[in-house]
Design a protein around this ligand. Sequence first.
Ligand code: BEZ
Length: 398
Amino acid sequence: MTARTRRRFLGQAGAGLGLAAAAGFVPTRFAIGQKAKLKIGLMLPYTGTFAALGHNITDAMAMRLAEAGNKLGGREFDIVKLDDESAPPKGKDNAARLLVREKCDLLVGTVHSGVVLAMAQVAKEEDKFLVIPNAGAVDLTRKGCMPKLFRTSFSNWQPAFPCGDVALKDGHKTAVIMTWNYPAGHDSAQGFKDSFTKGGGKIAKEILLDFPNVEFQAGLTEIAALKPDCVYVFFAGAGALKFMKDYEAAGLKAKITLYGPGFLTDGVLKAAGGAAEGIKTTLHYADDLDTPINKKFRADFKKHSTRDADVYAVQGYDTGTFLVQGLAAVQGDLAADKALIKSWEASKIESPRGTFTLSKSHDPIQDIYLRQVYSGEEKLLGVAHKALADPGTGCKMA
Ligand code: BEZ
């Protein structure tokens, strides 16, 4: 933590901490030995556009940790939850609250790429582990990679890249891209462009909106005037739902094929109704993967949360598995950091999405599926790209 960050943080130390656990003093292992409780800082959005994503990650992770007897490497743990509101300007202070004020042993979070970039800076300054259960900021898998940073989700390039090929195979030659103007939007747009333009496709225009703006009308009017063969969008959560509804209401759905990474439909499928019907997306998860682990996971999550599982729940569950396996390997001793890094680097995660391993830049190598909405359900059409790894360009583990 820089002196400036520390000063900013101390100045606001009493404000707005949404702590769900850890009332009272929790001794560290240094005070009472190996069996002291671990303290996990869980930073996620629980309000705003991405609130539902944060809740599904949290609940599925809790479910997985409960399956493991609520112990990590033999140690009990407390989870300190903090609502990051998907607000990048608050990201550093929020991460510092968890690591410095609350003295959490490691950080888990978050959903929003802009916020995770801030978290990563603080985790680096404090020399703590950061496990990312969603945010796909590509930089953290490339130049900004670091030994104590691991991702159990995806880089934003991964689900986007195969989508360009899908659009080409469907016969489209021109596309308009529309997304939020923040790192995830840029990364996702780049993934689509990489494959679409390599195969001869042309990008007619990129339309950007500030996050979390959902005033899509001006962009939709521009799309109608440009008349591309197809549209590629990166939107998620409540923003994705509103976009699909507006796209249909603008009369574009029947005329210009809409594509996106599966964040467009995941978690909002029921609410979208007919507006989602027929949309093809690419993602590292599909609801109807016909495996025992996926079927059990979906049934268990429904029982546990009363909600349907989606990709965010899968990532929360896999983050739980990642913590369980890694900490078992070092018997709960986070100070054995070299051994923990080695163990996590060699991870094989049996996931509802399919088994995955990690790349050299600590990001999942995973299958990307092609899905399409039929009769209100997400249907698996096939594997769009087998065992896809982010290129990891420029990643040098210090
Ligand atoms: C991101 O900011 O990286 C992100 C947010 C929601 C869904 C997927 C990615």
